[in-house]
Design a protein around this ligand. Structure first.
Ligand SMILES: Cc1cc2nc3c(=O)[nH]c(=O)nc-3n(C[C@H](O)[C@H](O)[C@H](O)COP(=O)(O)OP(=O)(O)OC[C@H]3O[C@@H](n4cnc5c(N)ncnc54)[C@H](O)[C@@H]3O)c2cc1C
Length: 498
């Protein structure tokens, strides 16, 4: 029997940040692993709509799995970001007490941070606060300084994990909508894929985020509900980037961390998110609303008053996987089936915790005797610096590179200063689907203040030329999202892999 016809050791359903981190962790061992997603790129679910913060876990509930994973991962991120070539900055956070009531909560939050092992926090008074962040709310009574809170490129996290996993031999199978898992109690399970041949695997990990509930029903796992908790954001222009250095946090409530204002790794400011509980499977979970955005704007101006002079350039919403069973629900042997692992409710901290959660899941699978961890000595632990330029490298600033490739000097996106060759390099990078969104997340073209008004057609033309497809078949995110109404979904060249 050829290796290809043998079942996988592990099949991961869901290529969000958690699935991609798990694929990377498993790829370091001698295991045959596949990573499936219904979308045509990795990180197209909740993982593309968050606050982009690597938390320290200072405000988590002490002793919970979430607190343990977040604090562990937070210490690993500086090194991991370096190895995986993910833009990351430890700029710190300042939690603001905006009134007397909130100021009285600071000592409690300080003690909680210590209980979570975050021992470098500091309570500061209003004078120090104003010295550190002159544009923060002038009425603030004091704050809590959290030096290791960090910002990261959130899109690059699942991309980097997936690229590193693929380089180590993981099969990334995009455009595969999993409709169920059959023969879950057997040693080899059948993953049923809509319109495609089933995939066989000894272990199946359901990390399908908002889709995890429906999948669980097909193998009779323990039941739960997911009410998406929507978070709406406003994105400000780059000229706001110098207003604050640190992440400005509100005092958290029992339900939410609250609406923050943060610098992004891209040089602008971001405000949000709201916390709105929506009905089960609500299709509007990632739509923005006028009320929601006004709410974000008001609270952003309260935290950082100069923002009242700036108009946002974009808005988006993400949907947290808010599970009735609670956060970080990990069901090993779900439904009484050996080899079935359900992971759900990774609600508000999954971007941070993903590497530690992946390690934890592999340990659990080993402890159950489902797999043995024999290191693959040929497996890499990062991404090569030379894989493709990355928006942060600005090759147009390097005369030698421009001389060698004049297209690095031909700007295609003026807002974010992205050259034509960078788009081509992204399209040539491992597993980049030829969609506008995939190119956008890798290069930042279409992300600037014009939001694609000036460059969308030029980016689409380049995708079409480079991948040999007519312009009308270029899509936003795969079949069904053709750029022009007369595009032909059947002929759309997609990122479906391999
Ligand atoms: C508003 C907001 C702010 C946040 N801020 C932060 C933050 O600052 N820091 C932080 O650490 N975390 C933050 N988070 C949390 C973090 O974004 C999530 O915990 C994380 O993205 C969850 O990743 P995931 O892989 O579990 O889910 P997802 O990213 O949703 O991945 C699940 C994947 O499964 C796929 N899928 C679903 N059903 C199927 C199916 N039937 N077949 C095949 N594929 C399927 C989906 O397409 C998707 O790609 C925030 C979240 C939100 C919403």
């Amino acid at each position: 029997m050829s290796k290809e016809s043998e079942p996988y050791d592990v099949a991961i359903v869901g290529a969000g940040v958690v699935g991609c981190a798990l694929a990377f962790e498993l790829s370091r061992y001698q295991l045959r692993v596949s990573l499936l997603d219904k979308n045509y790129d990795v990180g197209e679910g909740t993982s593309k709509g968050n606050s982009a913060i690597i938390h320290t876990g200072f405000d988590a509930v002490p002793g919970t799995l979430e607190s343990q994973l977040v604090t562990r991962a937070s210490r690993r991120w500086p090194e991991l970001a370096r190895k995986l070539k993910i833009p990351f900055r430890q700029n710190g956070a300042l939690l603001l007490a905006l009134d007397g009531d909130q100021a009285r909560q600071l000592p409690k939050l300080y003690k909680k941070a210590l209980a979570n092992g975050v021992d470098d926090v500091e309570m500061i008074g209003p004078d120090e606060l104003r010295r550190l962040e002159p544009h923060a709310a002038p009425t603030a009574r004091g704050g809590l300084l959290v030096p290791r809170e960090s910002i990261i490129d959130p899109f690059m996290v699942p991309i980097a994990f997936a690229e590193a996993a693929v380089a180590n031999g993981v099969d990334l199978l995009l455009g595969r909508h999993v409709v169920g898992v059959a023969s879950a109690s057997e040693a080899v399970k059948m993953i049923i894929v809509d319109g495609d041949t089933p995939i066989r695997s000894r272990i199946v990990v359901n990390v399908a985020g908002l889709g995890s509930r429906r999948l669980t029903e097909t193998y009779r796992g323990e039941q739960f509900d997911i009410n998406p908790r929507r978070g709406q954001f406003l994105v400000y222009d780059r000229n706001t980037g110098s207003l604050i250095e640190r992440i400005l946090l509100p005092v958290p409530t029992a339900k939410t961390k609250g609406k923050l204002v943060t610098p992004t790794i891209f040089g602008n400011l971001l405000a949000g998110p709201t916390a709105e509980d929506l009905p089960l499977d609500d299709p509007e979970a990632t739509s923005t609303t006028l009320e929601g955005l006004l709410d974000v704007s008001e609270s952003a101006i309260r935290m950082c008053p100069p923002l009242s002079n700036h108009r946002p350039v974009a808005a988006y919403a993400g949907a947290r996987c808010n599970c009735s069973g609670g956060s970080y629900q990990i069901r090993v042997g779900d439904g009484g089936h050996r080899g079935m692992l359900t992971v759900t409710g990774v609600r508000s901290t999954g971007l941070t915790s993903s590497p530690a959660l992946a390690e934890y899941l592999v340990e659990r699978m080993q402890r159950e005797g489902w797999l043995t961890r024999t290191r693959d000595l040929t497996a890499g632990d990062g991404r090569p610096a030379t894989a493709w330029p990355g928006w942060w490298l600005h090759p147009f600033d390097n005369p030698e590179r421009v001389a060698a490739h004049p297209d690095y000097g031909r700007m295609l996106c003026f807002c974010e200063q992205i050259s034509r060759q960078e788009i081509v390099d992204a399209l040539d990078s491992p597993r980049c689907p030829p969609t506008l969104d995939a190119v956008k997340r890798r290069t930042r073209a279409l992300m600037g203040r014009c939001q694609g008004f000036n460059c969308l057609i030029r980016v689409a033309e380049l995708i079409g030329q480079h991948r040999g497809m007519p312009l009308e078949n270029v899509t936003k995110r795969g079949p069904g999202s053709e750029l022009l109404p007369h595009g032909n979904p059947a002929e759309t060249m997609t990122g479906r892999t391999p």
